[in-house]
Each structure stands twice: as C-alpha cells, then as structure tokens.
Design a protein around this ligand. Structure first.
Ligand code: ZN
Length: 60
C-alpha cells in the first residue's frame, strides 16, 4: 500500500492503491484533511476548508 507524508505532522499516511489525484483523505495522526496531489511518488497537500460562513470578504 502506498504511503504519503502528512505535511502537517510528517506522519505516514496510507493511500488507496486506486487513489487518484484530487482524492481526499484524513491523516490518521492529526486528523488533517489531505488531498492527493501526486501519485508517483504520493504527494499530499492540506485541504484548506472554508469553515467561515460569515460575510468576511473584506480582504480585497
Ligand atoms: Zn498528520
């Protein structure tokens, strides 16, 4: 089973053999949501979730 490295805590994260780019998974160590961004080798990126539903769009 291929593994990637969690960018958040450096743990080995198991990735499905049939995983594809864009697949989402969670780090078993820290629970961070990760996205598969590369397959050979496996690369993982942190998914930035928009939990903020407020109208906080004054960053222009
Ligand atoms: Zn982690």
């Amino acid at each position: 089973m291929p593994t990637g490295t969690c960018p958040e805590c450096d743990a080995d994260v198991h990735v499905d053999t049939d995983a594809d780019k864009g697949d989402l998974l969670s780090c078993e160590e820290c629970g961070t949501d990760l996205e598969v961004v590369g397959l050979d080798p496996v690369e993982l990126d942190i998914v930035e979730e928009d939990l903020d539903d407020d109208d906080d769009e004054d960053e222009f």
